[in-house]
Design a protein around this ligand. Structure first.
Ligand code: SP5
Ligand code: ZN
Length: 341
């Protein structure tokens, strides 16, 4: 297995988030990658490789050009307004308001986001671009015939929609990879999102398409972030009707109940008969996660990996959430080892 990584994620550091009415140090921090690299290295689970550059055209296959332009210039815009502190939005558009990109920086930050979880610092855009390159390098490897690969993306991506950042996510790495696989000749692709939080971005990007099936196992939006998407009746629209599947579960869910949803998602994926599978690998389902409320234990990730392997599809794992830094390495390594065995 190849583990695709880049030190460029380190530029996205020293940032904050708006949580519980307070500006706090971000839960999504660089140490996460260090702990994963350490565990994967100790267990000799694969070969570490760096990504090749793919440019922004493949990013614009799933994100609006105006949004990509915003991300590329956000820090510059922020400092031009006379600030040098980490950048956060504080104003948002609500239903009924105009869909017009404002000129002023605060308007742009609100226009292109849906929460206060995406802080921008000087190195953020470079880290985000590196993440997209990791995902695309993974798509290259799978298209070239590898059975599996792991794109160790940071920041994560699955909350990023066509033109909105949120939930620590700027570019939707899994969606970029899924589209990249389509563009390299896969007729059908499936995305399996096992992060604790619903992957609203990935769902939204592929919602009206039948070529990319999106399955999400996550905490019920009535109780958990991102609150406004992830219900079971979201089945896709137009040509995509029947090609989105949501498996919301209550807070406190343990592996016994979680694995029932995994079985259902796997059955749906088998019916789709994809040429390639992208797994949005969040391990914030872990019982010790500081911002989540499922009860999975470290050995459960071995079973998750093994079950995904039984689908028998060329599989690209893309890193998403997981904030229990002490356990994140073990949980990610267990998933990948479970797949490999
Ligand atoms: C990629 C990813 O996992 N993003 C997650 C973004 C979550 N942002 C909202 C966090 C809300 C935290 N509430 C915690 C309550 C626990 N006491
Ligand atoms: Zn998450």
């Amino acid at each position: 297995m190849k583990i695709i990584h880049s030190p460029r994620h380190l530029g996205h550091a020293g940032h904050v988030e708006l949580t519980h009415g307070q500006i706090v140090p971000a839960f999504e921090k660089p140490e996460r990658v260090a702990m994963i690299m350490k565990a994967l290295g100790e267990r000799r689970l694969g070969l570490f490789v760096e990504p090749t550059a793919h440019g922004l055209d493949p990013v614009r296959r799933v994100h609006d050009a105006a949004y990509v332009r915003f991300l590329a210039t956000a820090w510059e815009l922020w400092t031009a307004s006379g600030r040098d502190n980490p950048a956060l939005p504080s104003f948002w558009r609500a239903p009924g308001m105009r869909d017009i990109e404002p000129d002023y920086v605060d308007g742009k930050f609100g226009f292109f986001s849906f929460d206060g979880g995406c802080c921008i610092v000087p190195g953020t855009w470079d880290a985000v671009q590196a993440g997209a390159d990791l995902a695309l390098t993974g798509a290259d490897l799978i298209s070239a015939g590898e059975r599996m690969a792991f794109a160790l993306c940071r920041p994560p991506g699955h909350h990023a929609q066509q033109a909105t950042m949120g939930g620590y996510c700027f570019v939707n790495n899994a969606a970029v990879a899924a589209q990249g696989l389509r563009d390299r000749g896969a007729a059908r692709v499936a995305v399996l999102d096992v992060d604790y939080h619903h992957g609203n971005g990935t769902q939204s990007i592929f919602y009206d398409r039948a070529d990319v099936l999106v399955c999400n196992i996550h905490s019920d939006p009535r109780q958990a972030y991102p609150y406004f998407l992830g219900y079971v009746d979201e089945i896709g629209a137009g040509a995509g009707e029947g090609f989105n599947a949501n498996y919301p579960l209550p807070k406190g869910t343990d592996y016994a109940a979680w694995s029932v949803a995994l079985e259902a998602a796997c059955a749906r994926i088998e019916a789709h008969a994809p040429d390639a599978l992208v797994v949005s690998l969040g391990v914030d389902t872990f019982k010790g996660d500081p911002i989540s409320a499922f009860q999975l234990d470290s050995p459960d990730y071995l079973r998750i990996g093994a079950r995904i392997a039984r689908l028998g599809k060329p599989t690209l794992f893309v890193m998403e959430g997981g904030y229990a830094v002490d356990a994140i390495g073990t949980n990610v390594a267990n998933t990948l080892e479970g797949f490999l065995q």
